[in-house]
Design a protein around this ligand. Sequence first.
Ligand code: GLU
Length: 446
Amino acid sequence: MTRPIVRFAPSPTGRLHVGNVRTALINWLFARGAGGKFILRIDDTDLERSTKAYEDGLKEDLSWLGLVWDETFNQSERFGIYDAAADRLKAMGLLYPCYETAEELDVKRKIAQSRGRPPVYDRAALELTAEDRAKLEAEGRRPHWRFKLSGGRVEWTDLVRGPQGIDTSSVSDPVLVREDGSYLYTLPSVVDDIEAGITHVVRGEDHVTNSGAQIEIFMALGGKAPEMAHMPLLIGADGSALSKRLGSLSMGELRAEGIEPLAILSHLAKLGTSDNIELRGSLDVLCTEFSFSKIGRAPARFDETDLEALNAALVHSLPYEAVAERLAAIDPRAADEAFWLAVRENCARVNAAAEWAEIVFGETTPVVAEEDREFVAGAAAHLPEGGLTSESWSAWTNALKAATGRKGRSLFMPLRKALTGLEHGPDMGALLPVIGRERVLARLGG
Ligand code: GLU
């Protein structure tokens, strides 16, 4: 296979959320896995709604996820090129001026529907003579421009959906240029795909119908249409729309919530595929496992519980170097390797280390039951001499066992509760040296 060239084409009119990140990821995995190219195209032809801040935001989000791009460009810098393509289509008679107002079109649609016909544009504008047009323009009307579909059947073999066909007689000729001369997404996308040599258009299935018209525009402009892959939509775990919790959060918000890039990537790469949803160690691994043939046709269910579980599994094994800076920012006391290694298995998110830092280093109130008072007060005397190490806990509890006859839960739990104020938590062997001799003695009431 020749090396694929793909593009991810977000509009900078909002932040990235799991739905469009999935599209970016699938493009990226496919291209990188086959030694190809991943282009980031900024679809900012809508000058009113697009902002530089959103563009910067989506670039930041992609970088944070590790979805680096080989090239990027903005559609807003290419209007001259789209004008030239529109002129070519006009010269071929494939782009024609229409003068109906939105209200007039609405009336036409309603009439068609009341007669039981599909609300397809009737091409009345094709009947206009040069004189008619001049008259309309003299009235101050400006044309919008429609692409003349062939009326035939457009077919392609979709890499996800299999054989596809769109009967272009059943859809309206799409408007490519508005009254004010601005472009809808359809034409610029095709022009750029041809120029960038895009081999595969990979996007959401909400674009399937667009593909019918776009394939005809590809043909008209002399380009061969790229391969197409339309991904099933992402829905919530219960089958409804994506939920208000993690599913609808932007990448920036997920990041602030303490969700790790690899948890998101592992989840989104496997969702709706025949592979199990499991944590993967790197984007490279996800690349080698990627195949369009593994993607199912049913909507993919985004389950926040799965994402949380993947995140927890990842955090439990993060080495100190990977989190040192973040720990320092969360709480300077937490920027300590022994502390992190002691508490990480009790953190579903890195920022949960803040709570443990407070318990370990802060003013923790010992919890001591009446029947354990004497035992806890006497425990200090058996604490091994000198600095506490990873061996100290077993040495200490062995000595206490011998001295008091206590064992099991009645031996360990009163100590844990006195030292942490809690009945559960990290392994005490690892935690004891981090709490340190001074605080241990203070909490034992010594
Ligand atoms: N900007 C378009 C969108 O976000 C791109 C669609 C495409 O990939 O062709 O829907």
